[in-house]
Design a protein around this ligand. Structure first.
Ligand SMILES: [Zn+2]
Length: 502
């Protein structure tokens, strides 16, 4: 088995013993795993040596929530709340699914940008309507396999009509317009469970790095029997039940109007809050919701940048942490974030909570943000035994950062530099499962320029089709804007509104 010795590095291990406190050490990697961490480690004569004096070695970052489906829509939208943005990024009227080659390149590009910026694990809530197709899912897996990244990949499920997953819209949308959105009978719980079983037997575990995860899109978008089937499978296979809950005020209103209670209380009543439950967003949660989430030991993927871009609000992260909820950081898709850089989310998460309330002792600390970006994220992905910290026996998923670079000069406090100064530009080398996937600032697994060339050749035609699709969908915009206005104007008497205490 090959050996790599990282010598004389400044280690930020994010393990229980050290947390984010740096220490000087060597790291010996054998095959895919970290074999030892300590000073003056010896390696075999044929071991590859990485001299890390003046360099920082930290666990690879975990992107706890993203959607590869959005990768080509970077830099396209602004000034739209979620419900309007969805109309264009995940349009109601659809074209044929994206072609096979572009499907591959879309995921590959996401993985490439992630690795270059220090993300070694991503959780891709892949959404590919109108069908769940194992071959297309396999294409996404192949892209991540080729890039060399670690990934949890879903095939996001929903079986409630979009118009029934929103409040008011059935009443205010003209029926002729509703008729345009007849998509036929929805998928049954059994059909989705069969699909997931096939994905588990054919793709799950690929190359030891790629997993299938279960992703019912949101409680208002799935029937209770579908969500029950999803949870059963998630528990059985020990993978996340990855879902979106209470991202916007409109969704908070949806819970009250459709179920007479918060969507978290609704999930609790259906037995859907468990260790496996990973909730993207959790912005519009009440004190009672937070209590239920903490008791159940769920995880939250905090998408600080996306939540700002879509005007969703600021998730009450301090109160979730206090309740015992595990927090990871997510970019969300590249359309609602415009990058897949977790360093950006770290910085925004480090800053935005100070605007949520005056009680400065409750503002988040840099070491807490780093925890979310590493071991916290790994827990949200149910991969904490594998990645998220530098520990003997864990997979060698790590970053080497050059501290002779602007974000670290002059050096004060490493954790604070990582959260408030670093943007990915100091990442020099990246390793996933003991394999060097980036070195000297270049990916070793993919010819980046060739991929850029192919994308600039193929994607303009796709985007032209997408522009035409946006024009067709624009007829629905006034109705969805009205839904947004009605929902946001409602006094929903949550015990908390945006802008109140942290
Ligand atoms: Zn999402």
């Amino acid at each position: 088995m090959s050996e790599i010795l990282i010598r004389n590095g400044t280690i930020v291990a994010m393990d229980r013993a050290h947390g984010a406190t740096p220490f000087a050490a060597d790291i010996l990697i054998e095959g895919t795993e970290i074999r030892s961490i300590g000073s003056g480690l010896a390696a075999r004569p044929d071991a590859q040596i990485i001299e890390a004096r003046g360099k920082l070695v930290l666990p690879g970052l975990v992107n706890a929530h993203t959607h590869s489906s959005e990768t080509f829509l970077r830099g396209r939208y602004e000034r739209m709340p979620l419900e309007l943005w969805l109309l264009y990024a995940y349009s109601l009227l659809m074209n044929d699914p994206i072609g096979e080659r572009l499907l591959y390149l879309r995921s590959l590009l996401l993985a490439m940008e992630s690795l270059r910026n220090g993300v070694t694990t991503l959780c891709d809530d892949f959404f590919d309507p109108p069908r769940h197709d194992l071959d297309r899912l396999a294409t996404v897996f192949r892209a991540y396999d080729d890039a060399g990244i670690r990934a949890n990949v879903s095939s996001a499920a929903m079986n409630v009509h979009t118009l029934d997953a929103l409040p008011f819209v059935r009443d205010i949308m003209p029926s002729a317009m509703q008729d345009l959105l007849d998509f036929g009978p929805p998928m049954s719980a059994g059909a989705y469970a069969d699909y997931c079983r096939a994905a588990f037997s054919s793709l799950h575990g690929m190359s030891g790095r790629l997993q299938f995860m279960i992703a019912p899109s949101a409680p208002q978008r799935c029937t209770p029997d579908l969500m029950a089937a999803c949870m059963e499978l998630a528990v059985e296979r020990h993978v996340p039940f990855h879902t979106h809950v209470l991202e916007t005020k409109t969704q908070a209103v949806t819970g009250l109007v459709h179920h007479g209670r918060s969507l978290i209380a609704y999930m609790h009543d259906l037995g859907l809050l468990k260790r496996n439950t990973t909730i993207a967003h959790s912005v519009w949660v009440s004190d009672k919701d937070i209590e239920l989430m903490g008791e159940a030991g769920v995880s939250v993927a905090h998408n600080a940048v996306s939540n700002l871009k879509l005007g969703a609000g600021i998730a009450p992260i301090r109160r979730l942490l206090d309740a015992g909820v595990t927090i990871g950081l997510g970019t969300d898709g590249v359309s609602s974030n415009d990058t897949s850089r977790i360093f950006d989310v770290m910085r925004v998460a480090g800053l935005v909570h100070s605007a949520a309330g005056p009680d400065y002792e409750k503002w988040l600390r840099a070491d807490e943000i780093l925890t979310m970006a590493t071991i916290g994220g790994a827990k949200t992905a149910m991969l904490e035994q594998v990645t998220g910290s530098l520990e003997v026996g864990k997979s060698a998923d790590l970053l080497v950062l050059d501290m002779r670079n602007y974000p670290f000069v002059p050096l004060n406090d490493v954790a604070k530099h990582l959260v408030y100064s670093e943007n990915g530009s100091s990442v020099e080398a990246v390793m996933v499962a003991g394999r060097i996937v980036m070195q000297g600032g270049r990916l070793t697994t993919v010819d980046e320029q060739a991929v850029f060339d192919e994308i600039s050749e193929l994607v303009p035609a796709y985007l032209a089709e997408h522009a035409e699709l946006e024009r067709r969908n624009a007829i629905f915009e006034p109705v969805l804007a009205e839904v947004h206005r009605m929902a946001t104007a409602m006094d929903i008497s949550l015990n908390r509104y945006q802008g109140d205490a942290v």
